[in-house]
Design a protein around this ligand. Structure first.
Ligand SMILES: Nc1ncnc2c1ncn2[C@@H]1O[C@H](COP(=O)(O)OP(=O)(O)OP(=O)(O)O)[C@@H](O)[C@H]1O
Ligand SMILES: [Zn+2]
Ligand SMILES: [Zn+2]
Length: 838
């Protein structure tokens, strides 16, 4: 780099005509993001004529009386009218060029455009707080031999300071303290290319050290006491190595005892480094496995892709998708590129991150929103270093600034946590991943046992434009292990047979057997929503909206009010009947049972069974997921009782039984995706059973055994289910055929919110009419209707759902005008492709 610079200088001396400029330089401005507490939005600066700034460069700009770091976001050819050119200040210098990959900024702009939010909002999701303030700006001498004639005093002093240092390199702060008017001197030196300014290259994460105990002798001689032998055996069972504090806890021993074992030469105690990003247990190094023929075939096809291709890896539960990801990533790292792996929720997948760590060691970094600010920052700097690595993270990690991306993986791509509901931007990480893979021109793997309808349709569309898609399937479990047998229990029959317990007779006997056989089980309970549907315990009848084909939900506004049933799509309302309209049964009420109740009931009926509760209450503390799961994996309880969390990433060979307490809560959500989600959840949780040598068994309890979702789950038949579901979606123009846009309005004054919603609704009616007259396909308006929970945090909420045929460009709607109909007291959130309609 230095060589090319100096040869450029020589060339310009030898050939002076080359420096002529033909056209007068144009005025140009740049909008920057200023890294300074209290700074809001973008600021505009003038670009000096001789400064070649690129978007993503880190600049230094004057801000008030300070000089601060800034990121160049976009260029302006004309100044906005409200800015006075005389007030605009100039960019001082480029602190670091090419800090972010250039495609990165195209990605952020695309997100802002598609999701109708400001670029600033997107930048806030993408960049960690305090990115620039923590980076250190440094100045160093350029290695060239141009005589330093006619330098001003301050420039000369800076040179002297730098030359006095062995490395010719100091932090800018230090230089500023040594030299008066340092900034002016620096500008001069930068212009003459005598020094350069840069951001300190990221240091590797400062590791924390922790004591580890390693077994070094495996032959236990008679010089050991029984107790000592017992401890060593325990260490051996841990794979010969564990953290000191964990061993102390496990074996109820003292450090003095371990010291004694060390002096006898059986163990070594030493400090080990722990990545600050995650302090899990020690992981043993792991090597690639021999692939099954299906895995090998999928891997071979993935490796053939060198450009952007959307790959759907559809593998049944336990088919070994993770191994395919690992072996697809290995060669990417070998050739100096990096990979990005997105997972639904990092806390839920300690096993997955462990597997990546075991395979790739410290080339793995973990990025998610539960990290502290310091941890987030460290991880960012590690990524920006550009060394080949694997970043694993949740949805916001799709913005991880990894340079040289060679592959993106979305595991459990069907999971709705990849979509951000609020605040803006309401992005879907899968959509952003598609754009990112396209911009980086690398393959994108979407992996799932139950692909989303969107991904299924895309994968099956052979004529997909402008990029091809690839469908790969792993139809069998590894080692040809059978899928678990799924038994459907009709809970109406249980009631008829006078079993009023929440556990069917089948489940009760399975629970008893579990204990006898020394196996483990999972009990799944659907998370209880805020609003619930109303159903009949005797016949399973569910109240539905006569217009919308979704179940009505139960509303209880205040204590004395008469309960109402309401549709959240069209606002149809009716009072709740006291008896079932289908069978006259009086057992007609709202539905729901929580983990706590089930656990209590278990202890009452099965006092011998030990239970671990695994839900949002018990996993609140940092690291709680991991410790509860580890405890369960090591046999700490017979049963793990939990909600949605049980469906993800649990791979325990000793789990043979999965009980589903009541599938009905899933079937009757007020959402057109309810069936799809229910199918996915039930198949996923069933798939936790029988992953070892013993056959798995699933007992699924329901009041609606004839429901098509239950039938499909029973037969574990993805394709027929999807085919039927797609037919309905197409008929009603729901995604993946039509697009949806959800407008959420909220404010503290209920009347103002309702009025604003009506005005916006009328505005949209007019807009759609205008579109129709331009012979655009019909857009549909549902609502305005109050949100299912009308009042949240003292704000009243209404919503409007738009169905837009995919051919209609949403840019045809005047969003600014639409916003203006909300007035000043009502806020509007635009959710493009919403996943959560309640
Ligand atoms: N080729 C292989 N040989 C032996 N074991 C394998 C192989 N591939 C994967 N496994 C093991 O099989 C188990 C299931 O694999 P994995 O967890 O990757 O499945 P999956 O497809 O991700 O399932 P799910 O969607 O249910 O999470 C794991 O314990 C994994 O270590
Ligand atoms: Zn009934
Ligand atoms: Zn309705």
């Amino acid at each position: 780099m230095f060589e090319s610079l100096s040869s450029a200088v020589i060339a310009s001396v030898a050939e002076p005509s080359a420096t002529y400029s033909i056209e007068p330089p144009q005025n140009r401005w740049v909008e920057v993001l200023v890294d300074c507490p209290g700074a809001q939005g973008f600021y505009t600066y003038k670009l000096p004529i001789d400064l070649q700034v690129q978007t993503g460069d880190i600049l230094s700009v004057p801000f008030g009386t300070q000089q601060v770091g800034a990121i160049a976001i976009r260029f302006l050819d004309a100044l906005p009218l409200d800015l006075d050119p005389k007030q605009i200040r100039e960019v001082e210098a480029i602190v670091s060029a090419g800090f972010f990959p250039s495609s990165y900024w195209s990605l952020l702009s695309r997100v802002a455009h598609y999701y109708h939010t400001s670029l600033m909002q997107v930048v806030k999701v993408a960049l960690p707080p305090g990115l620039l303030t923590r980076s250190q700006r440094r100045i160093r001498l350029q290695k060239q031999t141009i005589p330093d004639a006619f330098l001003t005093a301050s420039a000369q002093q800076i040179l002297d300071v730098l030359r006095a240092s062995k490395t010719g390199d100091y932090s800018w702060q230090f230089v500023q303290r040594q030299v008066q008017n340092a900034n002016r001197g620096l500008q001069e030196l930068l212009k003459r290319q005598l020094v350069e300014s840069y951001l300190e290259p990221p240091k590797t994460v400062r590791p924390k050290a922790k004591q580890a105990v390693t077994l070094v002798k495996t032959e236990f001689l008679p010089d050991l006491t029984d107790r000592q032998r017992e401890i060593l055996e325990m260490l051996k069972r841990q794979g010969g190595e564990t953290w000191l504090n964990e061993l102390l806890q496990m074996s109820h021993t003292s450090s003095a005892m371990l010291k004694k074992l060390e002096s006898k030469g059986y163990v070594v105690i030493q400090l080990r480094e722990v990545l600050r990003a995650e302090q899990g247990g020690t992981t043993q190094a792991d090597i690639s496995r021999n692939l099954t023929p299906e895995q090998a075939d999928a891997l071979a096809q993935i490796r053939q892709q060198s450009e952007f291709t959307q790959v759907l890896l559809h593998g049944v539960t336990g088919s070994g998708k993770t191994e395919v990801y690992l072996q697809a990533i290995a060669p990417i790292l070998e050739c100096g590129q990096s990979a990005l792996v997105l997972v639904p929720e990092i806390g839920l997948t300690p096993q997955l991150t462990d597997r990546f760590r075991a395979r790739f060691g410290d080339r793995v970094c973990v990025y998610h929103s539960a990290l502290s600010e310091g941890e987030r920052y460290d991880t960012w700097r590690q990524m920006l270093s550009g060394s080949p690595q694997v970043a694993i993270g949740t949805r916001s990690a799709i913005f991880a600034p990894l340079p040289h991306l060679g592959l993106i993986v979305l595991d459990e791509e069907h999971d709705s946590s990849f979509k951000q509901d609020q605040p803006a931007p309401c992005y879907h990480a899968r959509t952003v991943a598609q754009w990112r893979a396209e911009l980086e021109n690398c393959p994108l793997i979407l992996g799932s046992a139950t692909p989303s309808l969107e991904s299924w349709v895309a994968a099956k569309d052979e004529k997909r434009e402008p990029h091809p898609s690839l469908y790969l399937s792993l139809p069998k479990r590894v080692y040809d292990r059978p899928m678990p047998a799924i038994e459907i229990v009709d809970m109406r029959q249980e009631l008829r047979d006078r079993n009023g317990s929440i556990f069917s007779r089948s489940l009760q006997s399975a629970l008893r057997q579990l204990k006898e056989r020394g196996q483990q089980g999972l009990l799944f309970i659907h998370r209880r929503g805020h609003s619930t549907f109303v159903s009949c315990r005797s016949c399973g009848y569910v109240m539905e909206c006569p217009h919308c084909d979704v179940s009505l939900s139960y509303h209880h506004t205040h204590a004395d009010a008469k309960p109402l049933l309401r549709c959240h799509y069209c606002n149809h309302a009716q009072s709740q009947p006291s008896h079932c309209p289908a069978c006259e049964s009086p057992y007609f009420k709202q539905f729901g049972s929580g983990t706590q109740r089930v656990t209590e009931e278990l202890t009452r009926q099965f006092p011998d069974l030990s239970v671990i509760r695994f839900d949002s209450d018990t996993t609140r503390a940092k690291g709680a997921h991991r410790s509860l799961l580890t405890n369960f994996a090591q046999g700490g309880a017979d049963l793990l009782v939990g909600t949605q969390m049980l469906t993800k990433g649990i791979d325990l060979p000793q789990v043979t039984l999965v009980g589903i307490i009541a599938a009905d809560g899933l079937l009757n959500l007020q959402d057109f995706r309810a069936s799809e989600r229910a199918f996915q959840t039930l198949v996923q949780v069933s798939g936790r059973a029988g992953r070892g040598d013993e056959l798995g068994r699933v007992i699924l309890q329901t009041y609606a055994p004839e429901h098509p979702v239950i039938e499909a789950v029973k037969r574990q038949a993805y394709e027929p289910f999807v085919a039927a579901e797609l037919e309905q979606r197409e008929a009603l123009n729901y995604p993946p055929y039509g697009r949806l846009i959800l407008l959420r309005l909220s404010g503290v004054n209920p009347v103002a919110v309702q009025k604003a919603a009506e005005r916006v609704g009328e505005f949209l009616e007019r807009s759609f009419k205008a579109l129709r007259s331009e012979s655009q396909p019909d857009c549909e308006l549902l609502g305005p209707a109050p949100a299912s929970i009308l009042r949240v945090a003292r704000r009243y909420r209404w919503q409007i759902l738009l169905k837009v045929p995919s051919q209609v460009e949403t840019g045809l709607i005047d969003w600014e005008a639409l916003r203006s109909h909300c007035g000043s007291t009502v806020s509007l959130a635009i959710d493009i492709d919403p996943m959560n309609l309640m």
